[in-house]
Design a protein around this ligand. Structure first.
Ligand SMILES: CC(C)(COP(=O)(O)OP(=O)(O)OC[C@H]1O[C@@H](n2cnc3c(N)ncnc32)[C@H](O)[C@@H]1O)[C@@H](O)C(=O)NCCC(=O)NCCS
Ligand SMILES: Nc1ncnc2c1ncn2[C@@H]1O[C@H](COP(=O)(O)OP(=O)(O)OP(=O)(O)O)[C@@H](O)[C@H]1O
Length: 202
């Protein structure tokens, strides 16, 4: 039987990838939309050529890979450019996600996406888990991880769904404001619960 799909979302720096890694350790098949977004712009793929044609050679590194910080600066400073990039990449990301989910083998599968709500990807899922942290912690963790300024992080936060909007779509919430040991124990509790569900419903 095809596994049901859990959507896992949260704002930038909320801890989605850390949470996702532990679900994988527990044996859950998982696809991350941020990773799919990297595959579709690998050198040789048509989306990379389209991006270079639109934004110019400045968004390429010397080795022919996408210069991600350069593109990030462009799109979070200009909503028109961000929408252009999203309309190119989101359908390609959705294709990668659908192909992966069709092959998933574990009792349930996970789609991790920062834009699960905003992009409508939640329609591919039967249940939504939100990783939730106070905004201040989100900003601190992202600044530390990516060596970004507070202004750069705030520019990204500003175009994402608000905490309230995200929580409105949540079936389950993992509050990730404590240490990693606590976060892992929450993942294990949720995993045990998900194994009891039929098609994502209790
Ligand atoms: C702009 C890019 C090149 C920056 O790359 P970089 O390696 O610095 O960041 P990465 O891809 O790891 O994303 C980090 C985080 O930024 C946030 N983010 C990325 N894209 C978006 C977006 N379009 N809208 C809002 N937040 C976004 C998310 O929280 C994401 O987890 C890259 O994020 C990108 O290609 N974005 C457009 C595709 C997209 O919408 N991806 C989101 C997954 S559907
Ligand atoms: N409970 C925690 N305690 C301490 N640090 C944490 C915790 N959870 C996550 N982190 C750290 O916070 C940073 C952000 O976490 P992570 O990369 O998982 O976020 P994300 O939601 O995937 O972000 P993005 O949307 O940018 O992909 C990472 O450096 C991670 O190691």
């Amino acid at each position: 039987m095809k596994p049901w799909t859990l959507g896992l979302t949260g704002g930038i720096g909320s801890g989605k990838s850390a949470v996702a890694e532990h679900f994988v350790e527990l044996g859950v098949d998982l696809i991350d939309a941020d990773q799919a977004a990297r595959w579709v712009v690998e050198p040789g793929r048509p989306a990379l050529a389209a991006i270079v044609e639109h934004f110019g050679e400045q968004v390429l590194q010397a080795d022919g890979q996408l210069n991600r910080p350069a593109l990030r600066e462009r799109i979070f400073a200009d909503p028109t450019q961000r929408r252009w990039l999203e309309s190119l990449l989101h359908p390609l990301i959705a294709q990668e996600v659908a192909q992966f989910l069709a092959r998933a083998q574990s009792p349930y599968a996970i789609l991790v996406s920062p834009l699960l709500i905003e992009s409508g990807q939640y329609k591919l899922t039967q249940r939504v888990l939100v990783v939730d942290v106070p905004e201040q912690l989100q900003i601190e963790r992202t600044m530390r991880r990516d060596q970004l300024s507070v202004e750069q992080v705030q520019a990204i936060l500003a175009v994402q769904a608000t905490r309230t909007e995200r929580l409105r779509h949540a079936d389950d919430v993992l509050t990730n404001d404590r240490d990693l040991t606590w976060m892992k124990s929450e993942v294990e509790r949720l995993h045990a619960f998900y194994l009891t569900l039929n098609g994502g419903q209790s």
